[in-house]
Design a binder for this molecule. Sequence first.
Ligand SMILES: Cc1ncc(C[n+]2csc(CCOP(=O)(O)OP(=O)(O)O)c2C)c(N)n1
Ligand SMILES: [Mg+2]
Length: 901
Amino acid sequence: MKNEEVAAKGEFSAEVAEWVEAFDEVVASGRPKAVELLEALRLRGRETGVVLPYRLSTRFRNTIPAEEELPYPGDMEIERRIKSLIRWNAMAMVHGQNKKDPGIGGHIATYASLATLLEVGYSHFFHAKYTGEEGNELPGDFIYFQGHASPGVYARAYLEGRLNDDHLKNFRHELRDKPGLSSYPHPWLMPEFWNFPTVSMGIGPLNAIYQARFMRYLENRGLIERTPRKIWAFVGDGETDEVETLGALSLGAREKLDNLIFVVNCNLQRLDGPVRGNKRIIDELEGVFTGAGWNVIKVIWGRGWDELFARDVHGLLLKRMEECVDGDFQTYKAKGGAYLRQHFFGKYPELLEMVKEYTDDELIHLQRGGHDPVKVYNAYKRAVEHRGVPSVVLAMTVKGYGMGPAESRNATHSEKKLSDEGLAAFVKRFNIPIPEEAAIEGTPYRPPQDSAEMVYMQERRRELGGYMPTRSKAPTGLKAPGLDYFSEWTAGSNGRTVSTTMGFISVLRHLLKNPEIGQRVVPIVPDEGRTFGMESVIRQVGIYAPEGQRYTPHDKEMLLFYREELDGQILEEGITEAGAMASFTAAGQAYSTYKMPMIPFYMYYSMFGFQRTGDLAWAFADARGRGFMMGGTAGRTTMLGEGLQHQDGHSHLLASTIPTCVSYDPAFMYEMVVVLQEGIRRMYEKGDDCFYYITMYNEEYAMPAMPEGAAEGILKGIYKFRAAASLSPNAGEATVQLFGSGAILNEVLRAQEILAERFQIAADVWSVTSYTELRREAIATERWNRLHPAEAERKTYIETALAGAKGPIIAASDYMKSLPDVLAPWLQSEGRCRLVTLGTDGFGRSDNRAHLRRHFEVNAASVVGATLSRLAREGKIKGKKAQAALAELGIDSEAKDPARA
Ligand SMILES: Cc1ncc(C[n+]2csc(CCOP(=O)(O)OP(=O)(O)O)c2C)c(N)n1
Ligand SMILES: [Mg+2]
């Protein structure tokens, strides 16, 4: 730029213009030199006290200047054809289905905006495999797709021949005789296709970050080879409002995750309207990602604008763009070329002049960057090659691109079908060779296999290692240790008092040493390692730290110092249960994604588990995740002191809502190791797609030895722990049954003694390890009975287990009453429910266990009181006698109901 031109801009004085001209000359001699000069000036400025205001966003234009772009390596014309065919088939699939089955739904506008961003990836970047230097095969990339763009992913798979017409016909018709396509990415429903559930917004991006981290973890631990593979996460701009999307960005830069690429599809719209009508989402995201230390690549304008920018010597075009907010950009797209000319260019006569040779149609077809393969290619190439930190591509697109009048309108998101004319226009615009009637019917179209576009498309995928996504169902192939491996815990603690948490940590240490599976164990903890007594584990296997330990820990002289290692085995997440769940997810899927079965044990405050990150647990199940969630400091009355926020009385109910979550509430260590052994066997030897939730308490008591033959009952959910007769030989047959779970089993055992000694009532005590498993078995049996009325009725396990056990059943646990109540249908006698449930409904309090258990009415006295009260109702003892006994037991019959207090 000439000096006088600069001055003519009116932005600079003549003196400054001279400096600018000198700078331009430096730029002309080479950009690195110019960077060096600016850096030197910045430093000099700081020394002299001249500091510029700090800004995290740059001008509203592409990060990569046009002159630095590399030419496109593919055949753009053929790729455009392929993209048009995919656009059509996605549209035909959704449209056709809604015509046949009104209201079945599906999204097309999102894929319409995403097509180029995905297709450039499919043609040039997404590796299903890599080839190593010796021609050896290396594993491929992971892709997290925007969930509701799945019609486009299916449409490509259809063109590729992986899906057929029946699949397309059965999009959102999963329950028909032919194979169906699930609405969104669900590995549970399409286990050979989808890898990562993403449609609950925010979960995909969060999981992608921790996936990238877990990949490095496996590499640094030497379990997998370091390869060039990438993790691509496609994210909606509206989706960035979810805290999960942006909340973990800093981990990416901190751990130098240059294997991670985010592509944010900035179509400026979400469901109800613009993402940032009054601002620009791209500026905001640039600031956020830059601040988090990511490499940001903005792709705002397509090639059509390059020429205008080149002519924009006065910087007026950029200025005009920066005057606009996203709401304006949407309006321009929606209203067409004439409006754009009048309202955008028309503001400045120079701009109007600049476009005087453009027709209105040409103006409106000046593309946004996310629809220009050249711009997208260059951005991806930079992202892939960037080293040291993750990259984000912020690509501006149009929601509903190509959908004619629906483009850019707020209603686009819910556009499931175009009008008949719209469909006819679509096939015309995108040159799909089918008759108009077929278009109106939403008929898919696949060109002959030997057509140029099909040959090209197959060739590109061959080159990049095959089709994507594909999910591997690799066998797990681990051998679980037998129960004898856990004999230290099945033998009991010999009177020594321990908690199940302490016990579990010792089991964990033992498992970490196991020659077969020790290396596969992944302890995960969100800053509660010390709460659970993990110091010894930290010493034993170290905390994973990609930079090792760059400082001398202050407790270095201690035996159990804070040890961080490059190949440390523990994932100490810091205070993020969501992040820890994401690590758990990456590890729990590793048997499929890395063909490397890993056994995560995620230990956390049980109150901050399903309650806080329930949707991540749901996605974990959908992803066929395997592993152990270990809910520590469990039980509303066993977790003393902390009070309302920490005392968990419902995680077992929440766990029961997830179909593949197998949950247990063990009281004793032998129960826990029986469950752990079976869990490892089922998930890692047998290959069941399930995961385990086990609660751990911090109350210390003596652990008994495992009674003979208890294992089956422990796993099914119930077994008799102490019969009345074994308490006192002349007790006679029990007339009452007591159920206890977790730490509350001890209260129940004391109640059994009080009933025998003070009231001469013989009661059997049962340990209920899982109400949820018992119920699942019972409803399955009942369903069978319902569907086979002509056959002999089958008995549920709970009924079989209790056969011959007489009298009312008093159940107590540290969880809500609705947990034992799930068995009520199978615990009836003569038209009355035998079950009396005690539980911890209501908000917690800060106090000690004795007071908490009295308050929630789950202590031994309350179990005795409930028994006597029930016997009185059954006419077995006098009501007055029972009432007096309650008083003697210290029970205040007029106390406030804890469920409402
Ligand atoms: C947690 C969650 N909340 C709400 C939704 C419903 N939903 C589906 S798509 C969508 C809008 C998405 O907007 P954006 O992220 O900008 O994606 P676009 O379709 O514009 O590409 C919403 C709210 C969801 N899927 N997940
Ligand atoms: Mg959007």
